[in-house]
Design a protein around this ligand. Sequence first.
Ligand code: CMC
Length: 365
Amino acid sequence: MSTSKATLSIDTGLETIIAAQTRLSDVDGQGGRLTICGYDVGVLAQGFAFEEALALVWEDCFGPNLRVEALKIELARLRKVAFENLPSFGQNLQSTELLRQALARCEDKSDLNSALYLVAMCGVATAALGRHARGLPPLAPNPHLAHCDDILAMMTGRRASQEEVKALNAYLVTVCDHGLNASTFTTRVVASTQAGLASAVIAGLSALKGPLHGGAPGPVLDMLDAIGEADQAEAWIEAAFERGDRLMGFGHRIYKVRDPRADALKQALARLPKNAGRLAFAEAIETTALKRLAARYPKRALETNVEYYTALLMEALDIPREIFTCMFACGRVIGWVAHAQEQVATGRIVRPQSLYVGPLSKDAA
Ligand code: CMC
């Protein structure tokens, strides 16, 4: 039985709508807590290897007996297949658009291996895109390395230090899932049509690309560069407000307090050597930005979000700005896959209604 539109209310940003039931993650916007499959995000970020987080998040959709060592070996094998299947990257597209082309080479199947191949392709193509951004050819994966270690090695051509691997691992695990964010919702919508896993993940990536979602970290660094000196921050921020610009790395639809992921990443960043000066500068800008945001929007708590320290962490790892969003996708692909499978299991297509406000009777005129 369909519901009469007269009884429904419109919510264009869907913030009052609960559109899915999930066992994957809970975003507590009032308490500032993110729980992923029963673990606090800070615990996951510090204590789980990428492959362990993957096994945890995929437990429901691909069975409770996923063995981390076996996943590691299979992921390494699939990185090699992905490398052999990489498209050649053109010059005129953004990295996220090029990553979409690489993912388009994945088949629309929904078994564990096809899902792992999407993860492998994200890592291999992102590392290759990092080299592409610097005019360098791609480097082959190393089957003996874990996923994060290998992404850094493929991108830089050298073995990363333990601290660097830990930092990237902490980042990818921190962002592996986050409730019904725009890209995950998109993924679930596409999955609900039974289009297949690759199509759903490519759709998620397309949503992630925008600067209001996963495209924010590059602009965070652009902002820090443009501010230049801490004592210029206030004037720069006021001018940005006057232009109607948003401050990248601040504000969130769900969090009314500080995004817990910001602190998980700040801790990972602080453990990286040779970072102190940049971190102190970023903290000074953050303090001024929070003060100015509070003054401008006294009724709306606008706090630091995940993207602020993401940007600094990736910069410290010498990851080119052009591929920041692709790196985000390397972590979030874990959640996209699990949400897509969870949605398919409901057997229900996502199909909301719209309110027609156009002319009623043009044809009668
Ligand atoms: N800088 C300046 N003003 C802001 C900002 C900001 N970062 N964020 C929100 N506002 C303003 C917004 O323009 C609105 O003002 P007005 O009522 O005059 O139109 C007011 O604050 C309230 O906005 P809101 O309803 O809290 O914001 P939203 O839920 O529509 O948007 C957001 C959430 C994340 C898109 C927004 O905060 C934003 O654009 N932030 C900057 C981009 C960014 O950092 N994105 C990454 C988000 S975290 C990664 C993820 O999970 O996707």
